[in-house]
Design a protein around this ligand. Structure first.
Ligand code: PEP
Length: 252
């Protein structure tokens, strides 16, 4: 049985005060839920304060990105070690906004995963095809490359510290969700890739999240799919009640 995993990506939203209000409200809303992993990823400036407010709660904190070095002359960057110091347990890597807006490559993402795991953090590794890639039948090729290159040199042991997030780019922030079947098909394919790269046990144990316009009204259908183990939520994670409802998806 894979433990469900619900993560919220706050992207570039919320002042420190707003972030503390949201984290406080969420803490109350999800109090007592102990059979799923709940993670939120605030902006860097509020990370440490939010992490403090959540100490002892059932919510963990994640960075939205990191630079693959412990320290050094990398102006404007934040390392996994510093994220950990700020109270993070997780970090998102390879989000499509990083890939598309900031030109991040599979090789760079792979470096980040390695440094993150070395620093004792867990990676939320995002992959997903664009609409153009899907419509031109390149989706499976794209996912294969992203998985193969992103996980290059990551041992089976290190894979215990990683969850995969399948996020079709055309569904992120657009209000268009993949249908339950479309999402399940992609997830089953990704699980097959993991089986090929590692083995069946590892593929069965690895959690694969779906992301792309997940909302309270579509989460139940998605979470009912066999290979969907959780969700990575953008917009709907900015309201405590909506995100809390997502963590309370209907169990089959
Ligand atoms: C995301 O940011 O990873 C995401 C899936 O956003 P949204 O839920 O708003 O589509």
């Amino acid at each position: 049985m894979r433990k469900p995993f619900i993560a919220g990506n706050w992207k570039l939203h919320k002042t420190i005060g707003e972030a503390l209000d949201l984290a406080g409200a969420l803490k109350q809303e999800v109090a007592g839920i102990d059979d799923i992993d709940i993670v939120i990823a605030p902006v860097y400036t509020s990370l440490a304060k939010v992490a403090d407010v959540l100490v002892g709660s059932n919510i963990s904190v994640a960075g939205q990105n990191c630079y693959p070095a412990a320290s050094g002359a990398f102006t404007g960057e934040v390392s996994p070690t510093l994220l950990k110091d700020a109270g993070c347990r997780y970090c998102i890597v390879g989000h499509s906004e990083r890939r598309q807006l900031f030109g991040e490559t599979d090789a760079f993402i792979n470096q980040k995963i390695k440094v993150l795991i070395e620093a004792g953090l867990r990676a939320i590794f995002c992959i997903g095809e664009t609409l153009e890639e899907r419509e031109s039948d390149q989706m499976y090729e794209v996912l294969t490359t992203q998985v193969r290159e992103g996980l290059k040199g990551i041992s089976a042991e290190d894979m215990q510290h990683l969850v995969v997030a399948y996020e079709p780019v055309w569904a992120i922030g657009t209000g268009k969700t993949a249908t339950d079947q479309e999402a399940e098909e992609a997830h089953a394919f990704i699980r097959g890739l993991l089986q090929g790269l590692y083995d069946e046990d590892l593929a069965e144990a690895t959690r694969i999240l779906y992301g792309g316009s997940v909302k309270p009204d579509n989460v139940d259908g998605l979470m009912a799919q066999q290979d969907i183990d959780g969700t990575l939520v953008g917009g709907a994670s900015l309201k405590a009640a909506d995100f809390a409802r997502i963590t309370r998806f209907k169990r089959g």
